[in-house]
Design a protein around this ligand. Structure first.
Ligand code: KIV
Length: 272
């Protein structure tokens, strides 16, 4: 007798690697809460990033710098409770891993233990190599992040495209190699020329996920609130807006306000 199960198979780092090997593109979006995570997961997203962009998107800060490790763990555990299939990666926030490798390991272990997430993401290359190796030594998968790294925004001074100059491009190629050799399972490349992203993708054996890095990478990531048109103030060239939720929400809330003011809500059948 055969028993049929509807068990959902979780995405793993191994499967992400297989996707790269067979040329299947990897889909990744940001998420910070339970309700949105349920939708993304049910829609078939491969990777959910609990990004430190929560600092901008959820908390309204100008940069990603203020968000704390406790706040990232809160967001990550909310997402994890909703997810059945997607692989969940959590950003190590600014100041939680750059100091020394013991701190990096301690921060990663807190994320994994307290949220139940599947991996962490770090910004930088050669300069954080020791921390990456230490985190990996505890069996925690690490995703790298190169190019425009928002935690270093005050060093760059601008959110403009990175690595247009040869020296910076060469450093990025070197950093990608370092992260791969350390054992990172994937790397995000943010806002760099498409040709450079293609070069890194061809050289790397691990998956390369792009945001504003062109089509020749192994996968794409966007900030969900931007691609759903909830946040209307952000219009970079690389962003494709798939919905106008800002208008839908504005119209709905205005209608509700009007209904309450005009005593049209609740009506018969909407109370006990
Ligand atoms: O925090 C974030 O949202 C990110 C993506 C932009 C890749 O790091």
């Amino acid at each position: 007798m055969s028993t049929q199960t509807n068990e959902i198979k979780r995405v793993t780092t191994h499967q992400l690697q297989e996707m790269k090997n067979r040329g299947e593109k990897i889909s990744m979006l940001t998420c910070y809460d339970y309700s949105m995570a349920r939708i993304l997961d049910a829609a078939g997203i491969d990777v959910i990033l609990v990004g430190d962009s929560a600092s901008n998107v959820i908390a309204g800060h100008e940069t990603t710098l203020p968000i704390t490790l406790d706040q990232m763990i809160y967001h990550a555990s909310s997402v994890i409770r909703a997810v059945k299939r997607a692989f969940v990666v959590v950003d190590l926030p600014f100041g939680s891993y750059q100091g020394n490798s013991s701190e990096a390991l301690r921060s990663s272990i807190r994320i994994m233990k307290e949220s139940g997430a599947h991996a962490v993401k770090v910004e930088g290359g050669e300069e954080i190599k020791e921390s990456v190796i230490r985190i990996l030594s505890a069996g925690v998968p690490v995703m790298g992040h190169l190019g425009l790294t928002p935690q270093s925004i005050y060093k760059f001074g601008t959110y403009a495209v990175r690595a247009r100059e040869e020296a910076e491009a060469n450093k990025l190629v070197h950093d990608a190699k370092v992260l791969e050799e350390c054992g990172c399972f994937a790397i995000v490349l943010e806002k760099i020329p498409a040709e450079l992203a293609q070069r890194v993708t061809q050289q790397a054996k691990i998956p390369i996920i792009g945001i504003g890095a062109g089509p020749h990478v192994d996968g794409q990531v966007l900030v969900t609130h931007d691609m759903l048109g909830i946040n209307k103030d952000f219009h970079p060239r690389f962003l494709r807006v798939y919905a106008d939720l800002h208008s839908v929400m504005m119209k709905s809330v205005k209608e509700y306000v009007s209904d309450v003011k005009n005593k049209k809500f609740p009506s018969e059948g909407e109370y006990y």
